[in-house]
Ligand binder design. Sequence first.
Ligand code: FAD
Length: 570
Amino acid sequence: MAPATASATKRMRRQSSGLVFNPGPATVVECVRSPGKAERRFSVATGAGGKQTLMPAEVEAPEETQEIETVAGQPPTEAAPTEMVVEQTLESPLESPSEVFARFLSSDSIKQVYSSFGQLLRHCEEAEADGRTAASTTGQVAAEDTPVPPYCRFRQVLGGALPWRARSVWTLLDTRLHGPEYKEAPLKGKHAVICGAGPCGIRTALELVMLHADVTVLEKRAPVDACGRINRVHLWEWCKQDLLGWGAKIFDPPGGAFGGDNDFCHIGLGELQLLLLKNALLLGTRFLFRAEAVQVKDGELLLKDGQRLPCDMLVLASGANSQLSESVGLRSVALGLRGKGSAIGVVANFVHGRDARQMALRQFAWARQFNMPLFARLEKETAMDLENIVYYKGQSHHYMVMTPTKKSLLRNSVLREGRPAGQRLLHGSNVDVQRLGCMVQGIAAFFGLPTELCSTQGAMIFDFSGIRRLEAAATVADGGVLVCAVGDALLEPFWPEGLGIMRGFMSALDAAAAAVAAAKGSGPQAGIQLLATTYNVLKSVSAQTASQFLQKDPRRYRLQPKSRYVFSHG
Ligand SMILES: Cc1cc2nc3c(=O)[nH]c(=O)nc-3n(C[C@H](O)[C@H](O)[C@H](O)COP(=O)(O)OP(=O)(O)OC[C@H]3O[C@@H](n4cnc5c(N)ncnc54)[C@H](O)[C@@H]3O)c2cc1C
């Protein structure tokens, strides 16, 4: 393959600069074209008033396909966000809006999400240029002077050309946006930046964009990596209801089967991110990938590549062990969870052959205290002593999560030493990865499950004994910026209980409620005060204490903290 010329690379980078809307890196673009054919490239951009458009980029017909492929395939310089370019050859007929929308709904990769979203915008552009718009503008919620969310534009411009499922999506989004807390647009004119495109970051983005803030999500990793986790997270009833409200059955993944089994509600982490991300795009959120925030200065957020973003509110959704919180002065404390090394989680993903036998496998969740004989037999046959084990069936893989005792991990030589000198218990040098794989295969075989480990993310081991949480949920940074932490960045969960998403989503709503309090009240201090109260309750919520600290009916949970928490517990 011929190397890309420096001028071609520069040309592409120059074309990429200056756009506000910046969905992802050029590296994920697939170049489908023939040598010498003229092509059209489009970048998605946000113009004045927040209206999103496709910008044709003036790219010359490549003399050699390879050259452009190499340019597109080049890794962008580290932490240099680049625009996702939506490719379309002139020769290939455009898919109809209906086909593109169906593809958007069923996109199971971030690349497909952006390509279909970009094409929908392009259809809008063309219809607007031709003066074709649908008659109906029902459900239009944006006021005259606020940006129209892309979904309203799709409905207005493409209208009846979209499949019936589009109407279901519009209805869900309208229902959300018409909630009393959002209608008044309390965050209009505010710039909110969210660091981290994990599930809790995107969930926070959804709240803030519905409150009419101008929202940018920064993610330091490349899109494919950021949304590529296949572990399946357990969902509490409230999270299930929340995701149904975000169209979990309409968007696929997770698809129509979502939540069908009342006993076991779960979703793949990547699937969850894509579901939320699709909604966030429809509502007008910006995403910058390979963009790493480093600090706040004078009311602006500084990125590692030197960019500055206006920022009235910063949300730290940067996951566990985030260094960002320290840089804004939020300190963390370690939680002693059941003694060092005694809270170990093991996760395994096995290939799903999708044959009749595997399709018929039943999901299960067992805890030792409820089925002693089963755990005794397991120990006899595999020499593994577990406290609990869960098996979930995903579309493409089988997922197992278990909590083995440290003693049995040592007995099976998965751990080399019980107290490795100067190292963490699960440091790479102390874990025999092959033995770990054999161990989970033995356990899978015991339960009659398939045993072929997925080639990536096959078997993984985690230590919960040193988990951390922040001392306070919020602070004020340089220039009066309200800084709130959400998700794992705020409070690392003991996730075998499904606490990660449940507490993460709660903290997302708390952060949004704090932003409203700050906007309506006396500035950031009002938000900080509110978060001091909510965090006090949130950190006490676990599987055992939920009924004490959470309101009974999850269907009534709203933005207002009192609709979700019981505050009488001091
Ligand atoms: C194997 C496994 C199984 C799990 N099972 C469950 C379960 O069953 N139920 C459950 O509820 N939870 C479960 N969890 C926990 C759950 O995955 C986490 O609680 C959840 O992902 C936290 O989401 P988050 O958005 O807070 O952080 P993350 O998902 O960690 O996302 C943080 C993001 O921030 C980015 N980032 C970091 N620093 C910066 C920066 N400076 N600038 C920009 N971006 C930055 C990171 O790249 C990352 O993408 C599991 C976790 C694992 C690892």
